[in-house]
Design a protein around this ligand. Structure first.
Ligand SMILES: NC(=O)c1ccc[n+]([C@@H]2O[C@H](COP(=O)([O-])OP(=O)(O)OC[C@H]3O[C@@H](n4cnc5c(N)ncnc54)[C@H](O)[C@@H]3O)[C@@H](O)[C@H]2O)c1
Length: 362
């Protein structure tokens, strides 16, 4: 993953800040560090202990481990002070979810482009405020829906979109983790701060369903609760105009030795795609002709690839949008409908507003 400066004669090194230096802050740090033409010059972390722990992180996805070398990086405890003292090109906002809107709007108003982790906010009103701020300031706002960039998911979308194997008959997605047990004493366990399992974890698949098939007409969800975080497991059927069966299951009540798993199966008319994060090869294409193929995927992972994409946009390169703020807002909208469906015990129609206020992607 090397970011080459392709703007003729432009040798400006992007100055980047990372706001919140927990699991994802360290992940963004490593991804930024791996790019040529960018330098992390400032980090803001409220908890000094978190900086001491920087070398010991363990998350869902391998790659967050290892030492973090902060030599030469200016460290702040207070985001407002960083806002006053730094002159940056872009920031990664990797704070707990309930802090995303305030930090994002502050950074945009400081004149910086923002890559903010998913979910963009806890609710649609705050998501709208973030989009308005991006539009007002003319700065880029990209939300960290990294699954759209994950090589096997991106390849599957490319294959489905090509139509080479006919229409989708059924697609099922699954995402299971031990978050509830591993993070029971953190902000994750407080649904008012994290949004709970559906907004925090399952939204990855909700967002990918949206990217593959567009906005569903309805959702029908069933859920189970456990512990103080509320909803711990969910299964949703997404309704479209045709009869394809689209289902996603998410849960974070697995026990720590289980670790993490993400999977999908997509049944097309003349081929089957299946992905298993724990298998090699991860992505398989089984054809009607009897072949079992491993479609070639881009190297790296979704984290690095989304940061590379964001950096290209910050540089002014003409790259096709992969995730717009409106997309992220719509994924919040779908999750709200899924939670409502669990609550009322029946299917819920998604009848807008979907994009009315945000027709023009930032
Ligand atoms: N894209 C993904 O796959 C993925 C994976 C995990 C988490 N996330 C998202 O990333 C975000 C962060 O999650 P995490 O797992 O890194 O959480 P975390 O708790 O590990 O890290 C958050 C850090 O922010 C710091 N912080 C809190 N308030 C602050 C403040 N006012 N100023 C500066 N720092 C402050 C905390 O001390 C902590 O170190 C969440 O929105 C989460 O949903 C995304």
């Amino acid at each position: 993953m090397v970011f080459q400066d392709q703007i003729g004669g432009n040798t400006h090194v992007l100055k980047v800040g990372i706001i919140g230096f927990g699991f994802m802050g360290r992940m963004h740090f490593r991804c930024w560090r791996a790019l040529a033409g960018a330098a992390v010059t400032a980090v803001c972390e409220a908890d000094p202990h978190a900086l001491d722990e920087a070398g010991k992180s363990r998350g869902n996805i391998a790659g967050a481990e290892g030492d973090v070398d902060l030599a030469g990086v200016r460290i702040y405890r207070d985001f407002d002070k960083l806002l006053r003292q730094e002159q940056l090109d872009a920031v990664s906002i990797t704070m707990p979810t309930y802090l995303h809107p305030q930090a994002t709007i502050g950074a945009l108003e400081a004149g910086w482009h923002v890559l903010c982790e998913k979910p963009m906010a806890l609710n649609l009103v705050e998501g709208t405020r973030m989009i308005d701020a991006a539009r007002r300031t003319g700065k880029i706002l990209q939300i960290g829906h990294c699954i759209r960039f994950w090589p096997e998911y991106a390849k599957a979308k490319q294959i489905v979109d090509s139509g080479a194997y006919g229409r989708v008959i059924a697609a099922t997605f699954q995402r299971l983790s031990a978050t509830a047990a591993r993070k029971q004493h953190t902000w994750y366990a407080n649904a008012e701060q994290s949004g709970g399992m559906a907004l925090d974890l399952h939204i990855h698949d909700t967002d990918f369903v949206q990217s593959l098939f567009g906005m569903p007409r309805s959702v029908c969800s069933h859920g189970a609760s456990a512990g103080p975080g509320g909803l711990a497991h969910i299964a949703t059927r997404y309704g479209y105009d045709d009869d394809k069966l689209v289902v996603a299951e998410g849960g974070w009540a697995m026990m720590p030795p289980f670790g993490f798993q993400m999977r999908f199966h997509i049944a097309l008319e003349t081929a089957t795609l299946d992905f298993d994060f724990q298998r090699d090869p991860k992505l398989r294409l089984s054809t009607a002709g009897g072949e079992s193929l491993a479609p070639p995927c881009e190297p790296g992972d979704g984290y690095g690839r989304q940061i590379e994409h964001f950096a290209r946009r910050v540089r002014g390169e003409d790259v096709p949008p992969i995730v717009t703020p409106d997309d992220a807002w719509r994924s919040l909208r779908i999750i709200e409908a899924e939670r409502e469906s669990v609550r009322v015990g029946r299917a819920v129609t998604i009848d807008g507003p979907e994009t009315k206020e945000h027709d023009h992607a930032v």
